[in-house]
Design a protein around this ligand. Structure first.
Ligand code: FAD
Length: 368
């Protein structure tokens, strides 16, 4: 049997694993992605696709600059992937309106309103942009840079791009274990063994299995998110609208994505009736018209959450050449390009910002 030997094996072909594969394959590394199911088929395909660098973060020390760098990277990556693969992952300009229903909610937006890329709109102006908005708002922060993409298409674009640079992608190939043997790692699968000098665990919420198998007590916790989508006729929506954790994101094909619940430590990947009711109710509070739209589908996905809200992006404290890239919670789509670049830079010995190294390193103090 042919020996499957690579420079890098990536465990998990969600958007994080696919982005890492893309950036490494582009640097002529011989890469394999081993995916238990299909590329992007888990949390990635459940996502709404907002690139919410401004809407998601309240702290401006590590996470916002990291997220903003990734948001900016998407601008070049979008064109690059389209030219290379002919895949258009539907980056739509327009941005996002973060609604305020009271003076207190407006005050909560003060930190982001201080940024030059964010603008306050009073209710009248907000309704000029989205005439169907609820009459109860007092205004909205307009986050014009928080555009959105279609996550599964983006993931497939990155994966195809990686393959055009020579990466090999193995779907339906579940990794059973990773073990050091000589200078290589042996990656055990039901389809046989793979060998590589470097391994990246990018298995979303399922990374826990590998933390444990590789001697670490780290954990990511699933935060289940449920969404529905509806079809609308004659109601063009150019902007995403957002309030608290709930949102309506317009997709190209007349589809509105309505989300999302946040259910801590729930492993089921099926949407529940209560979850669906909750997101529809919240969407109707933002845009009452939603109630008249045609039902399309419902789904759920598991966001990988760490105890401190920061992802794990870095090398195993004791096993050289073994990396983790997981725990991106609500923002894995947004953070995929910068995570891919950071793992590439770590592996190739290129400079990485020290504050990001420290904030996201695997061996930071953990609560057990
Ligand atoms: P996944 O996409 O889950 O990929 C991990 C992969 O690893 C899976 O395909 C799995 O099959 C594979 N795997 C697991 N175990 C093994 C194994 N043993 N062997 C081989 N393969 C294995 N983020 C945003 O930035 N913007 C949004 O608007 C947004 N909206 C969201 C809405 C919802 C409802 C949800 C649930 C999430 C949302 N997210 C959003 C978050 C985003 O989806 C995740 O952070 C991101 O998809 C995580 O990517 P990942 O590659 O780490 O995980």
């Amino acid at each position: 049997m042919e020996t499957k030997k690579f420079d890098v094996v990536i465990v998990g072909g969600g958007i994080i694993g696919s982005s890492i594969a893309y950036y490494l394959a582009k640097e002529n590394r011989k890469v394999a992605v081993l995916e238990a199911n299909t590329i992007g088929g888990k949390s990635t395909s459940a996502a709404a696709g907002m690139l919410g660098a401004h809407s998601e973060y309240k702290e401006f020390k590590q996470l916002y600059p990291f997220a903003r760098s990734s948001q900016l990277l998407y601008k070049e990556l979008y064109e690059e992937i389209r030219e290379l693969t002919a895949i258009d992952f539907e980056k739509r300009n327009g941005g996002l309106l973060k609604l305020a229903y009271s003076e207190e909610e407006k005050r909560e937006l003060e930190t982001i309103l201080a940024l030059s890329s964010v603008e306050w709109l009073d209710a009248e102006l907000a309704k000029k942009m989205v005439p169907q908005l609820s009459g109860n708002i007092i205004g909205a922060a307009f986050l014009k840079e928080d555009v959105h993409i279609t996550p599964l298409i983006a993931c497939n674009g990155l994966s195809k791009g990686a393959q055009l640079f020579g990466a090999e992608v193995y779907e339906y190939t579940r990794v059973l274990g990773v073990k050091k043997k000589g200078i290589d790692y042996v990656i055990k699968t039901l389809q046989g063994d793979f060998f590589a000098e470097n391994v990246v665990i990018a298995s979303g919420v399922w990374s826990n299995y590998f933390f444990q198998q590789l001697g670490l007590s780290h954990q990511v916790i699933p935060v289940k998110g449920e969404c529905v989508s509806v079809e609308n006729e004659g109601f063009p929506l150019q902007y995403s609208v957002f309030h608290n954790q709930y949102y309506i994101v317009p997709r190209n094909n007349k589809e509105f994505i309505i989300g999302a619940t946040k259910k801590w430590n729930e492993w089921s990947e099926e949407p529940s009736v209560d979850g669906i009711e909750e997101v529809i109710q919240k969407a109707k509070e933002m845009i009452p018209e939603v109630g008249n739209m045609k039902w399309k589908r419902a789904w759920a996905g598991l966001r990988p959450q760490t105890y401190d809200g920061y992802p794990f992006i870095g090398e195993h404290p004791e096993m050289k050449g073994l990396y983790f890239a997981t725990g991106h919670q609500r923002n894995g789509i947004l953070l995929a390009p910068i995570t891919g670049k950071m793992i590439r830079d770590l592996m190739l010995g290129m400079p990485v910002k020290s504050e990001w190294l420290d904030a996201f390193k695997v061996e930071r103090p953990i609560l057990v």
